[in-house]
Design a protein around this ligand. Structure first.
Ligand SMILES: [Zn+2]
Length: 208
């Protein structure tokens, strides 16, 4: 994908996800791989309002998170996590949201290190899942402002959980990815739907 097309896609998705309450304020970030050899990634700049995200607020970075195209703006603080996921999973796109349900559930289930989502038809929207009987493990990492350490924890988490489609960071949000931007976008929609379903169900019956 060429940089200008990536900027168009990421800005449109950012504005759309803002309206759905998943990346309010300047929260969340989105990235897409432009090339593999050498690695070039388009990613949202730091501290930009996703409700008014524009194409010139997307940067092109290399594998060391250095800006190679995009002027004076800085990459998002969580760029190292995007790079860790893109490299560990061979993903083509990573999306990070700060939804209410990922924030609440990552706190509620933190003691177990994660939780399973199972039995929902919408699970079939996750790549490779063909039945509602699938059991999806959603691990939780403790939040940190030390992005180098968090990126290392992310790499270990992905190594230990080869089947997962996403993970949560406690009281913070969700990361998911896909082979391309369409798959990553779909995974956000599916996982956010499932998180809200699980959360609302637990409010009806806390032991559930
Ligand atoms: Zn975040």
């Amino acid at each position: 994908m060429i940089f200008s097309t990536a900027c168009e896609h990421l800005a449109a998705i950012g504005r759309d996800f803002y309206r759905r309450g998943w990346v309010l304020g300047t929260s969340g970030n989105l990235s897409v791989v432009l090339s593999r050899e050498p690695l070039r990634v388009a990613i949202t700049a730091s501290s930009v309002d996703k409700g008014h995200l524009t194409e010139d607020q997307i940067l092109e970075i290399d594998s060391e998170a250095r800006v190679v195209n995009g002027g004076q703006r800085k990459p998002s603080a969580e760029t190292l996590l995007h790079l860790a996921i893109l490299q560990a999973r061979g993903a083509g796109s990573v999306i990070h949201t700060h939804s209410v349900w990922s924030t609440i559930l990552s706190d509620y289930h933190n003691g177990q290190g994660g939780f399973f989502i199972e039995g929902y038809e919408m699970l079939k929207g996750l790549e490779g899942v063909v039945t509602h009987e699938h059991r999806e493990w959603l691990p939780i990492l403790e939040n940190s402002q030390d992005m180098t350490a968090l990126a290392e924890e992310t790499k270990a988490l992905l190594r230990d959980n080869p089947q997962i489609h996403g993970f949560l960071i406690r009281r913070h949000g969700m990361y998911t990815w896909g082979a391309d931007i369409g798959e990553a976008t779909r995974h956000v929609e599916i996982l956010e739907f499932l998180l809200e379903s699980v959360g609302r169900r637990q409010m009806m019956e806390p032991q559930y």
